[in-house]
Write a protein that binds this ligand. Sequence first.
Ligand SMILES: NC(=O)c1ccc[n+]([C@@H]2O[C@H](COP(=O)([O-])OP(=O)(O)OC[C@H]3O[C@@H](n4cnc5c(N)ncnc54)[C@H](O)[C@@H]3O)[C@@H](O)[C@H]2O)c1
Length: 247
Amino acid sequence: MINLKNKTAIVTGATRGIGLEVARKLAACGANIAIIDIELGDGASIAAIEKDYGVKCKGYAANVADADAVESTMKTIIADFESVQILVNNAGITRDGLLMRMKVEDFDSVIAVNLRSAFLCTKALVRHFMGQRTGRIINMASINGIRCQAGQANYAASKAGLIGLTKSNAVEFASRNITVNAVAPGFIETAMTAKMDEETTDKYVASIPLRRMGQPEDIANAVAFLASDAASYITGQVLGIDGGLGA
Ligand SMILES: NC(=O)c1ccc[n+]([C@@H]2O[C@H](COP(=O)([O-])OP(=O)(O)OC[C@H]3O[C@@H](n4cnc5c(N)ncnc54)[C@H](O)[C@@H]3O)[C@@H](O)[C@H]2O)c1
């Protein structure tokens, strides 16, 4: 069992989907949790984490693509939790469309929420990690940042960029005992993929060697491992969790 007791993790985009499952898994391993999300909803998922796992869990409403909001939210979280050891840059959006028809705003917003946010959150927190001489950063990339498909120029560019950011940061922060890795999910059952029509979904599932969609828990298990002491010699890596799609 992974032990994250006496640690605090920040997870962005964690009121639902993969982020929520990551937050729940890290809490199940004993970590206190700070959730940053643009929509906190009624706070029920945050209260459930505290109740189910007996850890401290607080939500912070902020747009992770906004530099000022990220800076002030990170300061508040450090004040509230005293120290933070784990950052999971998970928030992400899609605005799919063929390039010829893709609006500039749809390109910019996807790059901002999926890539700029990870730069901003890392920059706002890394001095704190360096001071502690420890830190784990896990970025939520995608198989579509490695193997791309039509209609996702913005999303694929953002996730490929996130992989570049991961590797560059890993090399830059290694001397301070801070590891930086990415996970690259394949096709995972969440609100994001529920937007796809049934025919496209069936076609996609048929191309997955394990012949099924992944669950948020599949991703959460890998994130918990990368956040744990067992992964202390792993940095700058991209772990595919995709039922064999990337093989
Ligand atoms: N679902 C998949 O198949 C899949 C595959 C590969 C990668 N991913 C990645 O996993 C991550 C989570 O995806 P998901 O499927 O759980 O999506 P989701 O849409 O269910 O959840 C995304 C979360 O991010 C939050 N969010 C969106 N914009 C934000 C912003 N500007 N600031 C703060 N929070 C914001 C949303 O409120 C939501 O809670 C994303 O980065 C996504 O690209 C998902």
